[in-house]
Ligand binder design. Sequence first.
Ligand code: FRU
Length: 401
Amino acid sequence: MDESVMIWDTGALRNIHGQTVTFKGWHVIWSLAVDKIDMSNDDIYDEWHSRNDRAYIGYWYSRTGNGADWQWGGRLLNPSADLRPHEWSGGLVMREGTGNVVDMFYTSEADSPINQSVPSVSTGRIFADADGVWFKGFKTTTEMFSADGIHNANSQQDEYFDFRDPHPFVNPADGRVYCLYESNVAGMRGQFTIGGEEQGVLPPGFAVDAGAQYGAASIGIAVLDDGAYKSGDFSTARWTQLDPLVTALGVNDQMERPHIVFRDNLTYLFTISHHSTYSGDLSGPDGVYGFVSENGLFGPYKPLNSSGLVLGNPSSAPYETYSHFVDPDGYVQAFIDTLPAPGEDPNNPATFRIGATLSPTVKLELDGDRTFISEVHGYGQIYAQAAWPVGSAWDHRPATV
Ligand code: FRU
């Protein structure tokens, strides 16, 4: 998309109801990014695999939302906003009821002196004219909440704890603002007992694998005080953490970038996970997994397609896509991680070619507790469900906000 940067996790500008929005006719996306150091690409493998230690949030804009058209806008947050050295995933949300205020919910991360990651938010304003899109503000950051050791594991309980990727949204059933995030089950790492509740119904003679208890991923959720959204007060005192919506105890240690789609009176929860984070003898591909509830946000949830797998990478290219994000119409964008070189062993990283760009967008049909791919679109194609300002000349779609 641009020779000077490598990108991975990406999301479209959206509203708090989850709809992708255009701003004054422009499509806008954010991406985690690193600047290329060696333009000859001799060091591309190392640059790519150390990217988390240099990650910042950048943005792109395009008239068409078409992969070939994205123009790189550069860094979104002002360096003064960084409380920690790394900016990781979150979401870019137009603040409802304001002219052009946007909130970048993101993960403020440092890996030393101890592993720290704090769901955070920085606020700015979006501007556009006939030539492009730019932002102002994003000078400070507010921390939203931290791992508390009660609803989710903290660094004392689990030195590899995950606590990131905030995804705020309005729950249509009660009109309140909630925030999903990636977390782990509270408790000491590796000391969980995997009992009947975690196993479910099993064939006779089944025994839990050694090491299964190292899988303790959860999808965390917090609720914002009424009124705080309108005033843009996302500080710690205004959030209450609740019990996780879904846990993967005994199964997998990471459920990243959780997000939600409300459709046909059903609640769909999506998350991305890795082959390498399954625990015990369990396995599954890198990809996007999903769960559905017939009873609204708080479940109970059951896995989509029985197994939970929605889109998995094929064994011939096990890491070709990752960090999928499903929009309310079922369009899924993701990035290209690594591709095996033609004729090479697909599991030999030494031969991998680096993607670092967006993959083709696909469309999912959500049919109750089953999903199907129905369309394949261009690389980095984004579709919008709404336009901003609502009711403006740009707003040629039904305004539902
Ligand atoms: C998903 C992810 C996120 C995290 C980011 C770090 O690809 O691992 O959970 O915020 O990437 O690069």
